[in-house]
Write a protein that binds this ligand. Structure first.
Ligand code: ADP
Length: 465
């Protein structure tokens, strides 16, 4: 049942809902009207019966001349006044019919009713003949000082006819109203969903080559308009991601090509005129250097790809900051010594943070490596950790040339280098800061750069606690 329902189109389902709702409302309304009218008319007949009953008690008497003959006298004892039209019977207490007064139209109708036995007033509806439904009231009464049983009748046919009319009108109108609701619902749904069809057609045409296309959005304020807006926003982001991906692939290929070209060129030269073992050794040395550069680049690309692919917040552990900073310092001691630089660590011993240790280490390694590369010889590189109310800041401070204002945002982009040639000569592919930034962002931190061209750079890692 569920799958049948789900397989239907939305407009069909809406139309069916409209029709069902209309049917239920109409049925309830018709039933209510029927009940109210039946109750009203029934109450009116019962009221009339009661007044008939009183009338019979008042207008029936014993014919004095004829002895035991019961008679109906006119209201004023006046022979010209119209005879009583009430339809009634008067019975004695022991079941003998004393007087019967039936309208002419019912003269041929047999009375199937037994003598009344009611000791209290009783109301019933009986069928006296074909299509003749009468409401009967019977009960004890007093006529001429004698206790008798009186039974009065009222024809209910008219009332039944009225009620029948209601049923007939409802039965005829019901399918019409339901059909109208269904058709109306279907048309409204079709009209309302038309933009959706247009959107679906356009969405089908959008592929990776045509991401600049947008869905039509005639009314951004209605529900479908909001859907189109959200979809279009998604397309904007998707387009940007695709563009970034294409740029990244192009940059990566370009970066990979340079060491490969160098490798080939050096190899070809050595092959052509390489008889001197010393020269050959030198060639192999530079080939290995290029191979190392390739390895570094591929490693960096892999690191980025892995970070892109894994879920954020994957591994959190308690990391002691001082231990980590000393570890990084020890790791770079030799490199720093080559430039006669000193690395100074300032941190409270008990400072800890919940983070992925490997990623935090990776970020620091990239920052400290840059600081050593860009810091002048004989300079000091400081790594300081400070705790404030809401975060822990780890700053890597050097006294190098700093970064010009216009590049301060860009340097975190993949493959961006301020001075391409110099940077490449040092082996940098412009991925270090991108890796550091992404590594820190993985667990909700961020990297802020404070750079001043005369006083060097401060890269600050802010970690939430
Ligand atoms: P690379 O691996 O080429 O160094 P990075 O992403 O680490 O790439 O850095 C991007 C660019 O930012 C570098 O080319 C360099 O020009 C600049 N840069 C990074 N760190 C510093 C720093 N401490 N001082 C000055 N310039 C820096």
């Amino acid at each position: 049942m569920k799958s049948w329902w789900q397989r239907r189109s939305v407009r069909f389902r809406l139309a069916l809902w409209y029709a069902t709702a209309t049917a239920v409302v109409l049925l309830a309304f018709a039933w209510f009207v029927y009940e109210v009218i039946e109750h009203r008319l029934g109450a009116e007949i019962d009221r009339q019966l009661r007044s008939d009953f009183d009338l019979v008690e008042a207008q029936v008497d014993l014919d004095a001349e004829e002895g035991a003959r019961w008679n109906v006298h006119s209201p004023h004892g006046d022979e010209t006044s119209p005879p009583i039209s009430t339809w009634f019977e008067v019975w004695s207490q022991d079941g003998e019919l004393l007087l019967r007064h039936w309208p002419v139209s019912t003269a041929s109708t047999n009375n199937p009713l037994p003598p009344p036995r009611a000791s209290t007033l009783k109301l019933t509806t009986v069928e006296l003949g074909r299509d003749l439904l009468v409401r009967v009231m019977e009960g004890p009464g007093r006529v001429e000082g004698q206790s008798v049983l009186i039974r009065v009748f009222r024809d209910e046919t008219e009332m039944r006819r009225t009620l029948g009319e209601i049923i007939r009108v409802s039965t005829l109108g019901f399918p019409l109203a339901v059909a109208l609701a269904a058709i109306g619902g279907y048309l409204i749904a079709t009209r309302s969903l038309r933009p959706l069809d247009a959107m679906a057609r356009q969405a089908r045409r959008i592929s990776s080559e045509s991401l600049s296309k947008r869905l039509p959005n005639p009314n951004p304020n209605d529900e479908l308009g909001r859907l189109a807006t959200v979809f279009n926003d998604t397309l904007v982001r998707l387009e940007a991601s695709f563009a970034e991906l294409q740029r990244f692939t192009a940059d990566a290929s370009h970066e990979l090509r340079s060491p490969l070209t160098a490798l080939r060129a050096v190899g070809e030269v050595a092959l052509r005129d390489g008889n001197d073992p010393a020269a050959l050794r030198e060639t192999i040395g530079s080939m290995l250097e290029e191979a190392q550069r390739l390895t570094d680049l591929v490693d960096a690309l892999l690191t980025l790809a892995r970070m892109d692919a894994t879920k954020a917040d994957a591994a959190r552990e308690e990391v002691n900051i001082a231990t980590l900073l000393y570890e990084v310092r020890d790791q770079f001691e030799v490199l720093a010594n080559e430039k006669c630089q000193t690395i100074e660590v300032t941190s409270d011993d008990d400072l800890t943070v919940q983070a992925d240790r490997t990623l935090l280490h990776l970020a620091l390694v990239n920052l400290v490596h840059n600081a050593i590369q860009h810091g002048p010889a004989d300079s000091k590189i400081s790594i300081t950790a400070m705790r404030s109310a809401r975060k822990i800041d780890i700053s890597v401070i050097d006294s190098g040339p700093g970064i010009p204002g216009e590049y301060q945002e860009k340097i975190f982009e993949r493959f961006f280098r301020v001075d391409k040639a110099r940077s490449r000569a040092r082996g940098g592919a412009g991925l270090g800061l991108a890796i550091a930034k992404q590594a820190v962002q993985r667990y909700g931190g961020r990297i802020v750069l404070e750079s001043n061209s005369d006083r060097g750079s401060i890269f600050r890692i802010e970690l939430k606690i």
